[in-house]
Ligand binder design. Structure first.
Ligand code: 13P
Ligand code: SF4
Length: 360
């Protein structure tokens, strides 16, 4: 297939250093005794009722938080499902247990609700790699292109876009726009952009961001693992490097990977995504052996070692604390109304598309 792929200008080295440093220095929760854990869980259950609040949680956060979310009637899912869920739930407070862009998406869709997060400093390397000023200037240079951004971006970047997508729907939406003859700017994940370009043959100008977690997965180590486990199936999140994706038999969002593990006939799965997903994958595919694709290892070269440092900032401690004070605005998502209105359009466009396909 002919490649139309263009490249946006490289991300400045200072910004790359800043992102790596933030990832390395993200706050780490204290470990809890079983007694401390149980008492925090009871406290959170009471506070959720008192605040008319519901937990909306990503698959990558600590297993205890996922279990608590299920036990209190909340939602554990991928970024598309999380955005849609808050929209449909009657609670007046949405507690987003994930990273900041997820809280922002919830607020953009639910301006009348209070949206709080255990730690607003839980960021995302993709969001950080796409500053609004340089991104907007880049878009201005290519007015003939449809601007598509991944959900892992700030509200300002979404407001500058025509479409927001997640890894659940990006291939379908790009294929739809390609069929209409549209050329695209895609930001910020370069591996996802490459993958979508290969799948659809679309003319894509690709921003050069990376996810610090998925970019660490090593193709050589994966090749070795595949030799050691010849009957295993490889499944991968599309934020992983192209060489890793080329070896995978299933590529998809976190929800799609859980489903792939469930329907796979293989007894062993080699998985290229954050190991937080293993909790739900084990539930969906009991008895199957899950092996993580190796990263650079616990060394100076590894900023994540297979687990998102920002997702890991969510804990029972800071979740209980954020629910404690109903007047605390320091953990509340607040978005300028004119930005929110502009960001809402491309998100709604995405949700409408996915609903028309029965995907949310
Ligand atoms: P999903 O939409 O697949 O849950 O991905 C979100 C994410 O941040 C993956 O790193
Ligand atoms: Fe962002 Fe990567 Fe963390 Fe997902 S895993 S939130 S893409 S840094």
């Amino acid at each position: 297939m002919k490649s139309f792929m263009g490249k946006a200008s490289a991300i400045p080295l200072e910004l790359v250093d800043e992102i790596r440093s933030k990832a390395l220095h993200a706050a780490k929760p204290r470990s809890l005794t079983p007694k401390q854990r149980d008492s925090l869980i009871e406290k959170i259950k009471i506070l959720l009722k008192k605040r008319n609040a519901v937990l909306i949680t990503h698959y990558y956060v600590d297993e205890q938080l996922q279990i608590l979310t299920d036990a209190t009637g909340g939602y554990v899912g991928d970024s598309l499902g999380m955005a849609d869920y808050g929209n449909c739930h009657p609670a007046t407070t949405l507690v987003v247990v994930g990273v900041r862009f997820m809280g922002e998406s919830a607020k953009i869709l639910n301006p009348e609700k209070r949206v709080i997060m255990p730690d607003l400093a839980a960021e995302c390397s993709l969001d950080l790699s796409c500053p609004i000023e340089s991104f907007s200037a880049f878009c201005d240079q290519h007015p003939d292109r449809t601007v598509m951004v991944y959900a892992n971006t700030s509200a300002e970047v979404k407001a500058r876009s025509d479409w927001v997508v997640t890894s659940s729907n990006v291939v379908d939406i790009v294929a739809h726009l390609h069929a209409r003859g549209e050329k695209i700017i895609f930001a910020p994940d370069r591996h996802l952009g490459n993958y979508v370009q290969k799948q659809t043959g679309t003319d894509i100008l690709n921003w050069q961001g990376i996810c610090v977690v998925h970019d660490e997965f090593k193709a050589n180590a994966l090749r070795q693992l595949m030799q050691e486990h010849p009957d295993a199936e490889v499944i991968a999140h599309p934020e992983s490097p192209t060489e890793v994706l080329d070896m995978a038999s299933a590529v998809g969002s976190t929800s799609q990977l859980i489903n792939a593990a469930k329907v796979s006939t293989a007894k062993t799965l080699i998985v290229a995504t954050d190991f937080g997903l293993f909790h739900k994958m084990h539930e969906a595919a009991p008895g199957k052996k899950l092996i993580a694709v190796p990263t650079g290892g616990d060394s100076a070269s590894c900023v994540s070692c297979g687990h998102c440092p920002w997702m890991a900032m969510n804990s029972l401690d800071n979740l209980a604390a954020v629910l404690e004070d109903e007047h605390d605005v320091s953990h509340e998502i607040d978005i300028d109304e004119s930005i929110r209105k502009k960001a809402l359009k491309p998100i709604e466009r995405m949700l409408e598309f996915s609903r028309s396909q029965g995907k949310v």
